[in-house]
Design a protein around this ligand. Structure first.
Ligand code: CU
Length: 269
């Protein structure tokens, strides 16, 4: 071993830092910080405006909580993703191997740098705790509609089959409909099943998504709070025409829903 070689397992000698400007104002720290700030601002803007627009205006308190969760998690992850992108961009632009001559010497390892380790551990722990606590509080399974609702839930039996949905209202004379009609601001309890293969009952704007399995009844509940027409989509690949398995859901005012029910009852009698 010559005098310039480093024994196996030992720290390589560190190049003394140049004097003058503080470390954070010298490359590579300063350009990476600038890139990080730019990426962070762009990602924060993205998190604030894009996910909610993609999902559309919510039509239930459930969907409002889901959208606020997606937005909050996107905001929390923006600085982390921005740091990865900043280091990646700087590495690709500046630390790229030109393909000629021997590769440049590696930078000194950060092993043993307690400040970096502490920052990394504290930040990661804080972010994980934030995600965990938010998830436990906001995304906890909702309590049974029957036990918490001030009004009795409207029960709707939902049956999927290739490639359509059928809705039955057992509490109001077993009306059957091939489109879903719901009253606004009343809890709804869905009993969901399938006649053939596995489907998935999904109303995006209401944050309802539950599997429809043959031979099994699954349940989901929601309180639609915005009138309008939305779309039920099957979210489980179920055969050739799966992509066409879309059905309207009409959320009506209480009076309009009662009128629809009367009309349906007359037509059935
Ligand atoms: Cu399907």
């Amino acid at each position: 071993m010559t005098a310039t070689e480093t024994p196996v397992g030992a720290e390589p000698p560190r190049t003394p830092a140049p004097t003058g400007r503080p470390a954070w104002r010298r490359p590579p720290v300063l350009p990476i910080l600038v890139l990080w700030l730019v990426y962070t601002v762009l990602l924060l803007l993205f998190a604030l405006f894009v996910p909610a627009r993609v999902m559309g205006p919510p039509a239930s308190p459930t969907m409002r909580e889901i959208e606020s969760t997606v937005t909050s998690f996107s905001l929390a992850s923006a600085p982390v993703a921005a740091m990865v992108w900043a280091i990646l961009t700087y590495s690709l632009l500046v630390w790229r191997y030109p393909g000629k001559g021997p590769p440049a010497e590696d930078a000194p390892p950060i092993r043993g740098n307690n400040k970096v380790l502490a920052t990394w551990l504290v930040t990661s722990t804080a972010l994980c705790l934030f995600l965990l606590i938010w998830g436990l509080v906001v995304l906890a399974p909702p309590a049974s509609v029957a036990s918490t609702a001030t009004r009795p839930p409207l029960v709707v039996d939902v049956t999927g089959q290739q490639w359509t949905w059928t809705f039955e209202y057992p509490g109001t004379g077993h009306q059957v409909s091939d489109q879903l009609y719901l009253p606004a601001n009343q809890p709804v309890l869905f009993h969901v099943t399938s006649k053939d293969v596995i489907h998935s009952f999904w109303i995006v704007e209401m944050g309802v998504k539950i599997d429809a399995n043959p031979g099994v009844t699954t349940t989901a509940n929601v309180t639609p709070d915005r009138t309008g027409t939305f779309t039920i989509r099957c979210a489980e690949l179920c055969g050739l025409y799966h992509s066409y398995m879309q059905t309207p859901v009409h959320v009506l005012s209480s009076n309009d829903f009662a009128a629809w029910l009367r009309t349906a009852q007359k037509a059935a009698s």
